[in-house]
Design a binder for this molecule. Structure first.
Ligand code: URA
Length: 194
């Protein structure tokens, strides 16, 4: 029943023309992973590969995310429900506009309400700014849990660095962005799965 609602929302998204991105999309990118997941991961927006395949995080950044998930012992298929702030690709991979995020937000909020995750991982600054104080710097607040966010009682939010950023940061030394991200993911797994 609940998941039927999710299917209805997906059908609605397929028809959505609430913002101009419908005109340039090849595919809507609705979600990936498990509807029973306790962790929801929210990225920025679909890129070229995601737009082609209709699935989030399947390009270079997605492959790096997969590697980190494996290292942290988190199953992409069973432990995560993966979405983005937008369901359609912004041209040239530019950042989503406020109007696009507002237009798409109703679908994202409906997904959160149905999936009822215990933890929402805000992957990158764009996802973080959709839920937390816009003045926050992701480099400062990554790896911290935020609770009592208005409208999302009972859900813990945690920002992490975006894998697109990690693609440009190769060091795995202690304290490097890659090292910190792995530690954040291990902490998330511990918080919810053990
Ligand atoms: N980057 C994102 O934020 N989301 C995707 O789905 C792919 C790349």
């Amino acid at each position: 029943m609940t998941f039927e609602k999710l299917e209805n929302i997906e059908k609605e998204v397929q028809q959505c023309k609430s913002c101009p991105l419908f005109a340039t999309r090849n595919n809507v990118v609705f979600s990936d992973g498990s509807k029973n997941a306790k962790i929801m991961l929210i990225g920025e927006a679909p890129g070229a590969d995601e737009d082609k395949q209709g699935k989030p995080f399947v390009g270079r950044a997605g492959k790096l995310l997969n590697e980190f998930l494996i290292m942290a012992g988190i199953s992409r298929e069973e432990d995560l429900y993966i979405v983005n702030t937008l369901k359609c690709r912004p041209p040239e991979n530019r950042k989503p506009t406020k109007e696009e995020k507002n237009a798409c937000g109703k679908f994202l909020y409906a997904q959160i309400e149905i999936i009822k995750p215990k933890i929402i991982v805000l992957c990158g600054a764009t996802a973080m700014e959709s839920f937390l104080d816009k003045k926050f710097k992701i480099s400062k607040v990554r790896g911290q849990f935020f609770e009592n966010i208005e409208g999302f009682k009972g859900i813990k939010f945690i920002p992490i660095l975006h894998p697109s950023y990690l693609l440009r940061q190769h060091s795995t030394e202690i304290g490097s962005p890659r090292d910190l991200t792995l530690k954040d993911l291990i902490m998330i797994k511990k918080a919810v799965l053990e």
